[in-house]
Design a protein around this ligand. Structure first.
Ligand code: PDD
Length: 282
C-alpha cells in the first residue's frame, strides 16, 4: 500500500503528492521544517517542535498555513493512516508558489507538506556500536538557529563522511565544533564534564539537546554550555550526538581516532537509557 502524504489540505498517495515548480521552497529554499519522533504511535515532545516551528516562521516572516491544533490533527492522522508505531513525522512550511522574485511575495500562500516514516529508533543497531564522525568545515549561513530546508551544506557534510567510511560529520568553525550535520554534538571530558555548544545563531536549539541536558542536571552531572575545540573532542572520554531521530547516539571515533576504548561511553549509554525511559513514559 502506498504511503499517504498530506499536501495543502489533502491526504493523497505519495505518487499524487505534488507541489508547484514555482514553490519558493523549491526555488529559494524559502521554507522551514520540523521532525517529530513517534514512539508507540505517540509524538514525543511535539509541542516543543511546534513552538520551534513558530519561531522559525516568525524569524523569516513566513505566515503560518495552519494552527498548532490543525498540525497536530494532521500528524495524528498520518500516524494512523500509515500505521506508524515507531518513526517520525516530517512537516515543511514554505512561502508557497509565486512568480520567481528574490523579494518575498506581498500576498504569500504558504504550503504545508507532511509525511511520516517508520524507523527503528529505539533499537537502532548503531546505538550499540556507536558511530564514527569526521570533522568538516562548517560552510553554512549564519542563522543556523532557524530550521530551514536549506540543507545542502549538511548534506555535503554527511556525504563526505560516508565517502570517508564514517557515519556522520561534525562541523567546525574557527576550530570550534558547532554541531553535527543533523544533530547537536556533545563531549564528556575525562573528569566527567558534559560540554556542548551554547545556544545562539551558530547552532540549532535541539529539542532533544534540551531534554538530555535536563536529564543530566537531574543526575547532578556538570554541564558546560560553551564552544569546544576539535582537540578537546579528540581528547574526550566520551562523545555523543542528539536529535529527534537518533535520541542519544554514542560517537566512538572522531577523524579516525577512537575515543576511550572505542566503545559507547558509560555516561552516554546511561543518558540514552534515561532519554528512552522518559520518552516512553511521556
Ligand atoms: N535534525 N542540529 C541540526 C543541524 C539538526 O538538523 C537537528 C535535527 C538537530 C537536533 O534537533 P532536535 O533534537 O530538535 O531533533 C540539531 C532533524 C532530525 C533532521 O533534519 O532530520
Amino acid at each position: 500500500m502506498s504511503r499517504i502524504v498530506y499536501v495543502n489540505g489533502d491526504f493523497v498517495p505519495q505518487e499524487e503528492a505534488k507541489i508547484s515548480v514555482f514553490d519558493r521552497g523549491f526555488l529559494f529554499a524559502d521554507g522551514v521544517y520540523e521532525v517529530s519522533t513517534v514512539l508507540e504511535g505517540k509524538l514525543i515532545d511535539n509541542s516543543a517542535h511546534l513552538a520551534r516551528l513558530r519561531r522559525s516562521m516568525a524569524e523569516l516572516n513566513l505566515p503560518s498555513p495552519a494552527s498548532d491544533e490543525e498540525i497536530e490533527e494532521i500528524q495524528a492522522e498520518l500516524v494512523t493512516r500509515n500505521n506508524i508505531t515507531d518513526g517520525m513525522v516530517y512537516l515543511q512550511v514554505t512561502r508557497g508558489a509565486a512568480e520567481r522574485d528574490f523579494v518575498f511575495p506581498a500576498d504569500p500562500k504558504p504550503s504545508l507538506v507532511m509525511f511520516g516514516q517508520t524507523m527503528n529508533i529505539r533499537d537502532n543497531p548503531k546505538a550499540k556500536k556507536g558511530i564514527a564522525v569526521i570533522t568538516v568545515e562548517d560552510v553554512r549561513w549564519k542563522r543556523r538557529d532557524i530550521k530551514t530546508v536549506s540543507l545542502l551544506a549538511q548534506s555535503m557534510a554527511k556525504q563526505a563522511a560516508v565517502e570517508a567510511g564514517a557515519d556522520d560529520a561534525w562541523m567546525v568553525e574557527d576550530d570550534f565544533i558547532t554541531e553535527g550535520s543533523s544533530n547537536n554534538a556533545f563531549i564528556i571530558t575525562k573528569d566527567d564534564k558534559i560540554i556542548t555548544r551554547n545556544l545562539g545563531n551558530h547552532i540549532l536549539k535541539g529539542i532533544t539537546r534540551q531534554v538530555v541536558l535536563e536529564l543530566a542536571r537531574d543526575k547532578n552531572l556538570t554541564i558546560e554550555e560553551r564552544p569546544f575545540t576539535v582537540d578537546e573532542a579528540l581528547d574526550a572520554k566520551e562523545a555523543f550526538v542528539t536529535s529527534a531521530t537518533t535520541f542519544v547516539m554514542p560517537v566512538v571515533r572522531i577523524d579516525d581516532q577512537p575515543l576511550g576504548n572505542g566503545a559507547p561511553g558509560i555516561l552516554t549509554t546511561e543518558l540514552r537509557a534515561l532519554y528512552i525511559k522518559r520518552a516512553m513514559e511521556a
